[in-house]
Structure formats: structure tokens, C-alpha cells
Design a protein around this ligand. Sequence first.
Ligand code: PLP
Length: 389
Amino acid sequence: MTYEFSTRAIHAGQPNDETTGAVAIPIYQTSTFGQEAPGVHSGYVYARTGNPIRTALETCIASLEDAKFGLAFASGMAAINNVLNTLKSGDHVVSAQDLYGGAWRIFTKLYDKFGVKFTFVDATSLDAIEKAFTPQTRLLWLETPSNPLLRITDLEGAAKIAKRKGALTVVDNTFASPLLQSPLKLGTDIIVHSTTKYINGHSDVLGGAIVTNSPELHEQLKFFQNCVGAVPAPQDCFLTLRGIKTLSVRMDRHCQNAKEVAAFLKAHPKVGKVYFPGLPEHPGHEIAKRQMKDFGAMVSFELRTDAEEAKRFTSNVELWTLAESLGGVKSLLCHPPTMTHASVEPEVRRKVGISDGLIRLSVGLEDSRDLIRDLEQALGKVRVAAAVA
Ligand SMILES: *Cc1c(COP(=O)(O)O)cnc(C)c1O
């Protein structure tokens, strides 16, 4: 029998414990596993290579993405690094320019020195993506909705281009979560997640994941996972599996709250542009409607003011926490130019459209009326330039 998403979140990879009937997966807090004779063992040998609860987590995440294979990591960056391990000197990557700051950093500050070349493009344009390919291009790296401007890439269209050029398409599906978007079904090859965000959902554990349908890719990525050793500890797997069980319930409320917050911001006179794919005027709205089940819970907006005043706004709020990260039950806000995207050079930031007055919200699961009232009082204290007619 095949089960629906919310059933799989609770059951996939998580049968009751065989020996005790425990309904929660046991934690085997062990570094190694005894063998009957050399090479005769339970399937587990050493905990870097595999641990039962990590298998459960990997099985569950793969199932949620309707994929054959899953791998879990100690962080989202470890998962990203693991995919980049498939590259060698001279290889080229076409990447969306509106990108998670840490991904930008590992591309340009670490892999660049190993001779891997990156070209950053406006990934809302299939034409721009296509033009950036070279005969050396091995990967097309996409994030949609993107960070922090919630831009939308047509995944099906982009994957077709990459396939034609002989490259693999990688999608960082962190912002959407497996509930809202299924990139493998749109023809892409590899999905990476920071499970730190919606998948775990409680802002209490770091983790990452890779899923794919290709046995060859999976074997290669699994080999690197064991080589490098950036694997999650058993307790972290346990917590992530606990969080994952409520993913669909949480996402429903996250999305609802975000719609209400976005509508409030749009109507506020001190707010300039509101970036939220659920708004009909968002340039990616139609594509998002087609390739996502709902629009997610990240909302960015511009205060018509300078960086100093925008920073002041972030300390005027009471309920929202000023913090990096996203996807948890507690609502967070941040000032991308001085926080998440501080490692991106100012000229590049401006080029990609991250203005000094930009605020990014991760809308949590509090009562939306409280979230809106708090934004309202904080906006009341902000000094802004006159509205442009
Ligand atoms: C947070 C994040 C990452 C990195 O994940 P960590 O778990 O913090 O290492 C990668 N991509 C996106 C889109 C993220 O939001």
C-alpha cells in the first residue's frame, strides 16, 4: 500500500521497535557494532558509516520526496559540500545568484580555490540559465523560492536545459519543504535540504539531507558521506524524526500565517515592496502556483529607509526574535544585508537586489493576530521616506 504524505511522515522508516514494541525509534548511542565473525554483522559496522536511527531518518526523508534514496548529514552545509564533492578541478557550475549566503561562501571561498568555476545567473530567466552553460558545466544549482527575495525558478524548464547540456540539476528545497514542492518529479536530479529549517521545525537541531533517484549518484554520494564523516549524531536524528512527524500540520499553518502577514504588510504605508510568491503581483506567482502546493512562509519586505533605521526596526519588535535561520515554530526576523548575506560583497548584494532596507521574516506558528500586532507597533516607530506615488 502506498500512503499519503502525512502518514509517511509518521511511519516511513519508523516501524515499532522489534524487541520491545517501543513506538518511538530507539537511539543506539554507540560508535561501533560487534561482529559475529570478521565481516559477519547486522548490517551496521561503524557509526560513521551507518546507525539505525540515521537509516530511519534517511528512509523517511526519501519517502517524503517520493525518492528512492536519502542521506542525512550533520548540517545543510555538510549536505551541500557532499554534492560539491562530486566535482573536480576545471568543472563549472551554473548557479542561481539569489542564493543562501553559506552556499555562496562555500562556492566562492572554498571550491573556487580548488579550480571549480561558478557562474551566477538570474535564475528567473531560463534564457540566462541556458546562456551560462559551458562545455565544462557539470551542475545547475537552484534554490526556489530563493533567499532572501523569494524569487521563483521554473524547475521543469531549467531541468530540461541542464539535461540537454549533459549537466545535473540540484535543487535546494529548504524553503519549500518536501510538502510544498517535489523537484524530482519536475525532472531535476538531486535535492538538498537544510533539515535545520522546516523539516525539523523547532529550531533545536542542525541537519542536512540529500535525496536522489539515481542509484549511481546515490552510491557516489554515500561514499563521500562516509569518507568525509559529516554525519548527524543519533540524538539529532531522533529530534529531527520527532519534528518531521508534524511537518504537514505545521506547514499548513505556516503558510496560512504567512498569507495574513504578507497581506498586512502590503497594505501598510511604510512598507515598500513585499516579496511573497503568494501575492498575485509577484513575478513568479504563476510558476509557483504550478510547481508548489502552497507558497511557503518566508516573506521579505523593504522598508523605505536606510540600513540604520531598518536595523532599529528589528529591535522594535517584541514577539519576533531577531535571528538568522528560519522554518521553526517561533517567528524570526532578520536584516539580510548585515546578517545572513553579510558575507556577500556589497556590490554583489546590490546587483542581486538586496537593498539596505530589506527585512526577511520567517513566519512561525504563533497566533497571526499577535504577529501582525507586533509588526504594526514596530512599524509605527520607524521613520521612512515619503511614499513614492
Ligand atoms: C540554512 C540553509 C542552508 C544551510 O543549512 P545549515 O543546516 O545551516 O548548515 C542551506 N540552504 C538554505 C536554503 C538554508 O536556508
